[in-house]
Ligand binder design. Structure first.
Ligand SMILES: [Zn+2]
Ligand SMILES: [Zn+2]
Ligand SMILES: [Zn+2]
Length: 273
C-alpha cells in the first residue's frame, strides 16, 4: 500500500489499488522496476513486471536492458565480482550493468540443453542447480564502447570482428577458440573475475572496460589439472571440463564444448583502473 492511498487492494494479496499506485511503488523505490517498461514493479524471480514485457523483450531481441543501481541482480554480481577478484590491485568498481536478451531460438536451445543435461543426472541430490548451472566470467575484445553511458538497447556495433558485440547478439562459437588452448576447442570461462580481466581487450578509447557474466551448464564436470590440447568434446561420461588450480593452472577454468551450454547473461562495465 502506498501511504496516503485509502483505496482497497486491487485484488486480495496485491499490494496496490491499481496501476497508478503500482508505478508509484517504483517511483518511491519500494520495489525494483521491470527492466523493460521501467514503470511497474518486477515479478518475483523475473526481470519483468508481466509476461507481456517479457515477451516484448524477446520480440525485440537481441537487446540490452539497463540494470539500474540498487537492483538486486547488480548487488549479487558485484559481490561475485569482488569476492572472486584474486589479483592486485583491488577490484575495479563496477559502474553499469546490462541484461542481454537474446532471440527466442538461442533462448530455447539453451533451455532445451538445460533440461536434457538435468535429466541425465540427479544434480538436486548433490545440492546443485539444475544441470549444475554456474555463473562464469568471460573476457574478450570490445572494439566499440557498447555498454558505456549513452548505449541504446540495440547499441551493438556492426564490426565483424568485435567479439563482444558478436557474442551478445549470436552467443558463443567454440570454433573461435584460440588454437593451442589448454583444454582444446571449447568455450572458456572462469569463476575468477581478475583472471577473465586478463583476456579483455579494449580497442575504442573509453574510460571503462567490459566483461561478460555467463550462464554455463557445467553438468558433470571432469576435473583436470594438466593441459589436454586435443579435446574437441567433453570427456566421455562428462558434460564439461573444470581446469583446477595446481599442475599447470593458476586459476580455475570451466570449458564447455557445446555452444548451447553457454549464454552471455550480463554485460558488466567497470572502471579501467
Ligand atoms: Zn493506491
Ligand atoms: Zn514491464
Ligand atoms: Zn562492438
Amino acid at each position: 500500500m502506498i501511504e496516503g492511498c485509502d483505496k482497497a487492494e486491487w485484488k486480495p494479496g496485491s499490494k496496490y489499488c491499481g496501476n497508478a499506485c503500482r508505478a508509484f511503488g517504483v517511483i518511491l523505490q519500494l520495489e525494483p522496476a521491470c527492466l523493460l517498461c521501467e514503470t511497474f514493479p518486477k515479478m518475483d524471480k523475473s526481470y519483468f513486471c508481466s509476461a507481456s514485457c517479457s515477451n516484448k523483450s524477446l520480440d525485440n531481441a537481441p537487446v540490452l536492458l539497463s540494470v539500474p543501481a540498487g537492483h538486486q541482480a547488480l548487488r549479487t554480481v558485484t559481490d561475485q565480482w569482488t569476492k572472486e577478484w584474486k589479483h592486485t590491485p583491488n577490484p575495479p568498481q563496477i559502474r553499469f550493468m546490462w541484461l542481454i536478451v537474446q532471440n527466442r531460438s538461442l533462448h530455447n536451445a539453451f533451455e532445451a540443453k538445460l533440461q536434457a543435461i538435468d535429466a541425465s543426472h540427479n544434480f538436486k541430490a548433490e545440492r546443485m542447480f539444475p544441470a549444475n548451472e554456474r555463473r562464469r566470467w568471460h573476457g574478450t575484445k570490445r572494439e566499440c564502447t557498447v555498454g558505456d553511458p549513452g548505449t541504446t538497447p540495440t547499441g551493438f556495433c556492426k564490426s565483424p570482428t568485435c567479439s563482444m558485440c558478436i557474442v551478445m547478439q549470436r552467443s558463443f562459437d567454440k570454433e573461435k577458440s584460440a588454437p593451442g588452448s589448454m583444454f582444446g576447442k571449447g568455450v572458456y570461462t572462469s569463476g575468477t573475475s581478475s583472471k577473465s580481466h586478463g583476456y579483455i581487450k579494449q580497442v575504442a578509447p573509453s574510460r571503462y572496460r567490459a566483461m561478460l557474466l555467463c550462464r554455463v551448464l557445467a553438468g558433470k564436470a571432469k576435473k583436470l589439472t594438466q593441459a589436454d590440447h586435443n579435446l574437441v568434446a567433453a570427456p566421455a561420461g562428462f558434460d564439461s571440463v573444470r581446469g583446477v588450480p595446481g599442475g599447470g593452472l593458476n586459476y580455475d577454468e570451466l570449458i564447455v564444448y557445446d555452444n548451447n551450454q553457454i549464454r552471455p547473461l550480463y554485460l558488466v562495465i567497470y572502471d579501467s583502473t
